[in-house]
Design a protein around this ligand. Structure first.
Ligand SMILES: [Zn+2]
Length: 313
């Protein structure tokens, strides 16, 4: 059962039934022991099923998804807010992703956490929260389209594409958000210091003064040597790969400019060299800047994180 339209007597009834089934009791006990105690959550909404094929594994993954971002959620949740659902996803909030394919899949993994009033999106590096936190007020949604390959959350001025969702998560999300679509508001960036919402990218938080990494700095570095901008954002694997590519681009440009390429005179060579650099480095600078416009990243790129992924100690 979902949480929409659930009444007090329904959950009491469900709980009374649970106590008669030892498998359900054991599953509930195991999950409750592993859940982070510091965040308020609605157990029955979060785990609509406790037994059945594949349910155990699925529920354990959901717990794991809440354990590592727990300190972020604790800081971001308002006093009367509860976690109703959590699912892993790959998130696309900007146009650049379409050109990046697999790399985007690696750098946009997120935990999507649903509460009564909003969707909280915590970006993950590996299993740990890092880089950005976003929120989408439920009222900002205009439409939720669920497809086999992607689920699209439509807002008035943008769309958020989620991929990598399991079938049951897709269904649960659609059911949960069905009554939310009013189209007022937009995706907002949360400050990694105080978790206040900022509607646009800013240099520093007007609430707590935390300074953020600058998309302009990233773009300038990429213009010089593509890869440097990605390194600045903390995408190290991508940075190494790109730096090697762009060293080669520079070598070609230098050879052209120095008249070392047969049948190309120095003036034409210099022209070609500038063109090669403008196209390669310029396009990378645009992409690197867009990476940074996605959210507010503290200067060390870190978010509060759990020390352990094995649950509470
Ligand atoms: Zn702040």
């Amino acid at each position: 059962m979902g949480w929409e339209g659930r009444t007090e007597s329904d959950s009491i009834g469900a709980m009374a039934l649970d106590t008669y089934d030892p498998r359900i009791r054991a599953a509930r006990f195991e999950l409750e022991a592993k859940l982070p105690k510091e965040i308020p959550l609605d157990f029955d909404a979060l785990f609509p099923k406790l037994t059945g094929r594949g349910v155990d594994k699925h529920n354990r993954r959901r717990v794991e998804l809440l354990v590592s971002p727990a300190p972020v959620l604790k800081a971001a949740l308002r006093p009367d807010e509860q976690v109703l659902y959590a699912l892993p996803c790959v998130l696309d909030v900007c146009w650049v992703q379409a050109f990046m394919g697999a790399w985007a899949q690696l750098i946009n993994r997120s935990a999507l956490v649903l509460t009564q009033e909003r969707l909280l999106i915590v970006h993950l590096h590996g299993k740990q929260p890092a880089s950005f936190v976003h929120q989408v007020p439920r009222a900002a949604l205009t439409k939720v389209s669920v497809g086999v390959f992607s689920t699209v959350l439509k807002l008035r001025s943008r769309k958020i594409t989620l991929t990598g969702l399991l079938a049951q998560d897709r269904k649960a999300l659609k059911a949960a958000l069905a009554s939310s679509t009013r189209g007022s508001g937009d995706l907002e960036h949360l400050c990694p210091g105080c978790f206040a919402a900022h509607p646009k990218h800013v240099e520093s938080s007007s609430h707590c003064g935390t300074a953020f990494k600058s998309p302009r700095t990233a773009a300038l570095r990429s213009r010089l040597l593509p890869g440097l901008g990605d390194y600045y954002w903390g995408h190290r694997g991508l940075a190494v790969f790109e730096t090697m590519g762009s060293l080669f681009t520079w070598a070609v440009a230098v050879a052209l400019a120095a008249g070392q390429v047969p049948d190309v005179n120095r003036v034409t060579g210099l022209g070609f060299a500038l063109l090669v650099l403008a196209v390669a480095n310029g396009s990378d600078a645009l992409w690197t800047r867009a990476q940074g416009m996605k959210g507010l990243m503290s200067l060390d790129g870190k978010l509060p994180a759990s020390r352990s992924l094995s649950g509470r100690h």
